[in-house]
Design a protein around this ligand. Structure first.
Ligand code: ADP
Ligand code: 5GP
Length: 198
């Protein structure tokens, strides 16, 4: 009776430590037909991260060459490092009808919303800045000076949440996950994204 036209581009942002990675990993495991765009970054890999799985880890020179070659759909300098989304990867996946998640910061999201009018923005809120600090400390992946830098950015990032289509509060993890999954499912059912086959 009907089928999908193209894949949907979901742009998910949150202040670092909110729980975006935790939520997205579960989504990718439990929901079919959705993949994660692997970004390029000049940040050093954290313990347990690998090249080609979490990020493509490149040096600054390589990243700047890619900027000149117009290889990025968007890119930004976040917490002192470059991060960018490959234009070719996004175009290929969407044209195959696969939904794609971009886990990117608010500067990158703004660029995507300007270029891709059909993209769906989801902003995930932490319950409070105090709770955010606790989560970053408990995660144990960043030194204290990096945590302080990220907390300072968090307030500004939350002020940008108005440009996103959906807001999800990550207080209770299960509730936040169900809310996020509901957005994905509802967006897939929008009639303008579908075409009649018979
Ligand atoms: P982000 O990707 O947004 O930086 P992570 O997914 O790495 O955040 O989560 C940061 C830390 O907070 C992790 O240790 C994670 O287990 C924890 N966390 C995530 N969601 C919750 C929640 N709802 N309640 C308590 N801790 C959480
Ligand atoms: P982390 O260093 O914790 O993995 O990520 C730091 C921040 O960079 C997060 O807010 C994350 O969403 C953002 N980020 C990751 N990849 C990209 C990207 O390709 N583009 C942009 N603009 N931000 C990204």
């Amino acid at each position: 009776m009907f089928s999908r036209k193209t894949g949907i581009l979901f742009v998910i942002s949150a202040p670092s430590g909110t729980g975006k990675t935790t939520l997205c990993r579960r989504l990718l495991k439990e929901v079919d037909g959705i993949t994660f765009s692997i970004s390029y970054t000049t940040r050093a890999p954290r313990k347990g991260e690998s090249h080609g799985k979490d990020y493509f880890f490149v040096d600054r020179k390589t990243f700047e060459k890619m900027i000149k070659e117009d290889a990025f759909l968007e890119y930004a300098c976040v917490y002192g490092n470059y991060y960018g989304t490959s234009k070719a990867f996004v175009e290929e996946r969407l044209s195959k009808g696969e939904d794609l998640i971009l886990d990117i910061d608010v500067q990158g999201a703004k660029q995507v919303f300007e270029k891709m009018k059909d993209a769906v923005g989801i902003f995930i809120f932490p319950p409070s800045i105090e709770e955010l600090k606790k989560r970053l400390i408990n995660r144990g992946t960043d030194p204290m000076e990096v945590i302080e830098k990220r907390l300072k950015e968090a307030k500004w990032e939350i002020e940008q949440a108005g440009m996103y289509h959906y807001w999800v509060l990550n207080d209770d993890l299960e509730k936040a996950y169900q809310a996020l999954k509901s957005v994905i499912i509802a967006e897939r059912l929008k009639s303008h994204r579908l075409k009649r086959t018979t």
